[in-house]
Design a protein around this ligand. Sequence first.
Ligand SMILES: Cc1ncc(COP(=O)(O)O)c(C=O)c1O
Length: 453
Amino acid sequence: MTDPAASAPDTRFATKQVQAAYVPGTPQNTAVPPLYQSAAYQFANLAEARDLFALRRAGNIYSRNASPTQQVLEERVAALEGGVSAIAVASGQAAVAVTILALAGRGGHVVAADRLYGGTVDLLQDTLDDFGIAVTFVDQDDPQAWRSAVTARTRLFFAESVANPVAQVLDVRQVADIAHAAGVPLVIDSTVTTPYLQRPGEHGADFVVHSATKYLSGHGGSLGGVAVDLGSFDFGADPSRWPQLTAQHDRFGPVSLWERFGQGFAFGALVKAKYVHDLGPSLSPFNAHQILQGIETLDLRVARQSSSALAIAEALADHPAVARVHHPGLAGNPWHPLVARYLPHGAPAVFSIDLVSTGDEERDQERVERFVDGLRVVRLVANIGDARSLVAHPASMTHSHLNAAQRAAAGISATTVRLSIGIEDPADILADLDQALVRAVGETVAEPALASA
Ligand SMILES: Cc1ncc(COP(=O)(O)O)c(C=O)c1O
């Protein structure tokens, strides 16, 4: 029981309405991590406040930098990735941005895969360019391209474990070895794989970023992002390259972040104390709580989605209205040989199909529209990793600002349609895809060949 007198001793109405019946720090023994929906935290005394502000001790100050609910999320994702520490922010986009800003430093250069989420491409080639951070995009399957792109200013490599919409699987170990030979860390966006399908740190990556909006949440209810420090990269080995971590900065006190926090923690301290503090992309406690709820069922959802997606991909590969299925679980897919090593629990449930083309652009467009608009179970939504099955048309949506040649380089045609398979009964999903394909292409096709789950 709280002691009303301790929280609002002998006070009047207006004071009671703000302070009565609440004593900060009282344990309530909740079984589920509680939602601490508070913008700020009360200090025990001024000495404690002084120590917290000077980063001499850890604790809650203000929710722009951290909250206890967010901290549970950070530690849980770090544990799932086999990492040392993590920082959670307002979106996947923010997680990518603060990670690159912190690692690239002033005037840095990034070598990045050319098959990235469009928002990451925009960030790298436009906004970070404004900040003086340069980028070279390379064919992620070409080791020589990664090597040749390195300059004296390079400070990180960046790639996605499995890119979308065409589901290329990255040879993480190969790219990590090249990054390390160049003396820089490899950052992997593992949004599509999640730590259930792949832990990039086991293949040499040093940092992992996630859009927690997708599979980590699974419910599609909240935006969020997480960056994990896997603790493998030693910034002290070549300290002059990373002055943001290894040099003393007045705002962080008399010693460097590297000396104070050490390997595995200094990066997170820099991200929180500088970039999240200054730029403000903070995760709300409510969203942190929702993402935590989602993570509790991550393996159940992703295992089901992955196996449903493979079964649907196999059925669609034989469909007369489908020209090609881009799913690495299928024999013959260019990245199939990497699946056994990098995706032993299954390939992600995000993949694409190409509808059979008429050879005429306008008729193809009508065909795609009839297909997408004819779907009833699969929803037209600009998202992936939801419990619901989702569809998107990259040429009209995520990749609409690219020209035809750029789209072709990304493996996308006018008839490419992206699917994100949900947790519904796979027989319902396939039946829906089948009826919409029939409607789109105007052919009678075989009965869907999937049993109900
Ligand atoms: C692979 C990948 N990374 C990052 C992001 C950005 O995440 P958010 O939408 O949570 O900002 C996305 C969003 O679609 C994504 O697909």
